[in-house]
Structures are given as C-alpha cells and as structure tokens.
Design a protein around this ligand. Structure first.
Ligand SMILES: [Zn+2]
Length: 254
C-alpha cells in the first residue's frame, strides 16, 4: 500500500495505491477530478478505471463536491446518506451557497493562480455503497470508517490500523499558526469525543485535508481539544462578525 498526496484546488487529496486498485479518500472539489485522473494516467501509468472507490467524509465542496463526477465516469462512491441532510431544504441551500463562497475565500488565500474555478455540485448524492461506523470500507477492508462528527453532523474518518494512520478530513487542520480545530464546529461536544477517539486508537499519522500529513502525539491533540470552542461555531453566528470585521478594516483603509 502506498498513499499518494495530491494538491487539489484547496485541499490535499489522498490516493491510496494497491496492485488490485486505487482508493481515493474524499473526492475533492469538482475541479479536482481531472487532477486525480491525470495523476493516475500520467504518473501511475494506470487506467482511470483502476480507481475502484471514492469515499466521502462529509458534505463540503472540497470533500463531497467531486463525488458525483467520479460516479458519472463509472467509479463507485461511498458515504453516508445522512450527508444529504446538510444541504437539504432552504436552510441547506443557504449553507450550500455560503460554502461555495467560503471555498472561493479559501482559494483566494491559498492559490496563486486559477483562483476561480467551477466548484458547483449537486446537493444530493446517491451513494453506491453506504459506509457504516466501525465497518471496513468496501473493497479495501484494511481501512475502517470511523464516526467522528463535530465539524459537521456526519463526519467520517478513514482509519488504517496496520499503519496507525487515519485520514481525518477537516477534523484537524495545520496552518502557519499550528494545529487548529476546523470551522465550522457544528457540535463541540461531539468534536471533543471525536478527537478523544483518535487518541484512544493510538493513531500516529494524520492525513489532513488542510494541508498535508503529520505525525502527532496525544499531547498535540489535547492542545487542540483545549483550543476548540465550547460553543458551536456556525455560519449564523460567525459570519456576521466576520463580515463586520472585514468592512471595518476596509473603511479604515479607505
Ligand atoms: Zn469541512
């Protein structure tokens, strides 16, 4: 088994290579699909159809946004149907539009070129395989799906026991400020439990969507637990403050 790290539009993508086939841990954005295809065909010299499974950790444009486009290319996708609750109805549509806006906000900060790309995606996914907590991934039984909610309501992590590593999606983020909790934090209590789960499982290597993989000690995770907000940090409460701050900054500058 070999884990390849690819640089996607705003996130790292983890492509796990076996002789029997390839596994992609999160789909990335819609515009990441050609990046993955190009890597498989040009670098690995394998047909795109060797990609046997794309797993979805949670509903955000850079995690689930590309999924339906792999499916259209004949590649099965796996996740939890509950993911579809996140963008359901009018509130879900608002969250979807805000998340698209935030994707561009992040892209503006992390990309030097091709900042605005098409990241639109269907709000509802029809999974080929359902993923269940504590159960192996289909076709790649050495990886387990873990239920690790908190960032959203339905986050999954993908855990490889043998190598003591896990793809934790957005649950841990490394920036220039060090290791931080994600935004949003939808359910702070669940988030604390999810981080404790990583410690209990004695995971050593953490594959993070932002921005790379790191070996972490339990103390590092404990620090994030302390740093994490005890109250939900969601669009409704955080974005108005953020906009106010940005406006004030702009007014001072002008
Ligand atoms: Zn996320």
């Amino acid at each position: 088994m070999k884990v390849h790290t690819l640089s996607g539009y705003i996130a790292k993508l983890y492509l796990v290579e076996y002789d029997k086939g390839l596994l992609l841990l999160d789909s990335g954005c819609r515009c990441d699909v050609p990046i993955v295809k190009g890597f498989i065909e040009d670098k690995l010299k394998r047909p795109f159809s060797d990609l046997k499974l794309v797993c979805v950790s949670h509903a955000h444009p850079d995690h689930s946004g590309g999924a339906s486009f792999y499916q259209k290319a004949g590649i099965p996708i796996a996740g939890k149907d509950e993911v579809n609750e996140w963008y359901k109805g009018l509130n879900g549509l608002m969250a979807y539009l805000i998340d698209i806006f935030l994707t561009y906000y992040v892209a503006k900060r992390v990309r030097k070129e091709k900042v605005y790309q098409n990241v639109l995606f269907p709000r509802k996914l029809k999974f080929d395989y359902q993923l269940e907590a504590e159960k192996p991934l289909p076709l790649f039984e050495d990886w387990l799906a873990l239920s690790t909610p908190g960032h959203t309501s339905t986050d999954l992590s993908f855990y490889h026991r043998e190598s003591a590593q896990a793809y934790v999606a957005d649950n841990l983020i490394v920036t220039s400020k060090g290791l931080i909790p994600p935004y949003p934090t939808f359910d702070p209590e669940a988030y604390q439990e999810s981080l404790s789960r990583y410690i209990d499982l004695n995971i050593k290597k953490f594959l993070m969507a932002h921005y790379g993989s790191h070996e972490l000690e339990p103390e590092d995770i404990h620090k994030v637990k302390e740093r994490a907000s005890k109250k939900p940090r969601i669009h409704r409460t955080v974005l108005p403050k953020m906009l106010k701050r940005t406006l004030l900054k702009k007014l001072k500058l002008s």
